[in-house]
Ligand binder design. Structure first.
Ligand SMILES: [Zn+2]
Length: 257
């Protein structure tokens, strides 16, 4: 086996393990590249503005995964960050990608920015809209949550299997809990995600009333999803009828000529 073949095999293995990440912007334009992000090599600290709620707290909704253990192992943290930057392009600031030690800022769409941060036993997500929460798309937010939950579950499964601890994929959701949150002064108030889906508001420990309207965006609304499917089927039937009618009309015109 030639050196090049061995090198290519090792590179592909490291990409598969989310240790080497091909930058999203490069992936979209080129079929291959020798430029990679290596999250486990990044030592840069987050800027102080990373946590800032001053200017963007009102435009942000939060989600946190809390693992049922004291801390998230470093290798698992890098795999979670690697999976996230594999899914969305990193934000650039002063021509520098916003990738930090166990944290990153991602552009999930033109108007929505996602900050991801791993600290102790928690994975924190901050989803911020460019203008207002009124403009935030429920489908984008729910897709991000589903993608990151799958990423977390596959990372946990890989981690447990690597250390010889067998766990059934169906039991993975027992390893963490999900809470959704909203700004409360200079802090964030959290509510269990399943609870937030069943109430319109709650009074927090600071005595403030928090609405759950935007927090429910983190979870796909099954009723809305069913309606979208029905709408798609109806559109398909209408398109089909229009095509049939236009074929008939064309045929009739040809007969008359
Ligand atoms: Zn509060």
């Amino acid at each position: 086996m030639s050196d090049d073949t061995i090198r290519e095999f090792v590179v592909q293995l490291l990409i598969h393990l989310d240790i080497l990440i091909i930058p999203k912007a490069i992936k979209q334009h080129y079929s291959s590249s020798d430029v990679y992000f290596v999250p486990c090599m990044i030592k840069d600290s987050k800027p102080t503005t990373f946590y800032s709620l001053d200017s963007q707290g009102e435009r942000t909704i939060f989600l946190r995964y809390s693992l049922a253990r004291h801390s998230i192992p470093t290798a698992l943290a890098y795999k979670i960050i690697g999976g996230a930057i594999n899914a969305w392009p990193l934000k650039d600031e002063s021509h520098k990608p916003c990738l930090y030690h166990k944290a990153a800022v991602l552009n999930v769409s033109e108007d929505n920015q996602l900050r991801i941060l791993i600290d102790k036993n928690q994975v924190m997500l901050y989803m911020t809209n460019r203008t207002s929460l009124l403009s935030i798309s429920p489908d984008v937010v729910a897709s991000v949550q589903e993608c990151l939950t799958k990423n977390l579950q596959s990372s946990l499964l890989f981690h447990y299997n690597s250390f010889g601890r067998k766990i059934k994929p169906t039991n993975l959701s027992d390893l963490y809990k999900i809470e959704v949150g909203i700004q409360c002064g200079s802090d964030v108030c959290f509510k269990s995600s399943p609870d937030a889906m069943t109430i319109d508001s709650w009074r927090c420990r600071n005595g403030k009333e928090h609405q759950t309207k935007y927090l429910r965006y983190w979870t796909f609304n099954k009723v809305r999803r069913r309606l979208i499917k029905r709408h798609d089927v109806l559109c398909w039937i209408i398109d089909y009828i229009i095509k049939l009618v236009s074929i008939d009309l064309t045929f009739m015109r040809q007969q008359r000529c």
